[in-house]
Design a protein. Sequence first.
Length: 293
Amino acid sequence: MSRLGLHTDFQLSIKEYSADSHPLHRHNYFELIYVLEGRGIHVINENQFAYGHGDLFLLTPADSHTFQAHAHSTFCIIDFTAAFFERSSATGRDKPELTEFFRQLEYIFQNAGRYQGFIALNEEDRTFSGLLVQRLIAEWESEGYFREIVLQNLVFLLLNIIARYARASPSAPLNERAANMAYEITAYLQHHIYDNDLLTLDQVAGYFHLSKDYVGAYFRKYTGKTIKKFVLDYKVELAKTRLLHSRLTISQIAAELGFTDESHLNKVFRKQIGMTANQYRAKQINRAALSNK
């Protein structure tokens, strides 16, 4: 299986597939796929989704996928990295500061398993997404003023639509009230992950109008982790994403995620994965380079 890299922060392309299968592959970036026409099967990891006009998919760098076209198919492929939302572009030009907005959407990328790549849009959102994609194509092909800003905002709108579905759909059937509350606490912690003051046991208990002892024991029973451990693990996953898909320094990542300093983040990395954050970044970059050869 091959791994494809991206040489810029953003790329849009129109791709066509005949009635055959495309080789299984993986990317080093995020990918939005909108079906312009055709039908067939989209294999994402070990899941198969029948696709048709108007379907929307979001893939993360962890996903592998391939198309099995049953009829001539055309896709709008939108590839981007987290750096697409940073202020400084790869060319050194300043862009609008959208990093804060990207933070709000990080929930999508860390919880991709909730929809397994396929976004089950309702008819209203399918229509609106189609209009956004058509505008993206037109803007990509133009050389108009503020082109990059418009592209950013159009992608951001698409991601916001997807965010609705990521937040509305738990990762597993929640038939029991107890399990549902565990999910609500988890969602609260992820939503406030950048504000340490709101992640304390006192704050969580107060938000849900429960005692500290009850919340702590309850969360551990249904998740297997203390709230403190869950928060730390989630921050490490966010740090991994930023190490791989942004140009932020270790110190900047540590500051954004509420670690005391770079040393604190490295200490957590050593304990959890046996290497520093810098070593993790270098290892993953080398692995990606070898897989691209």
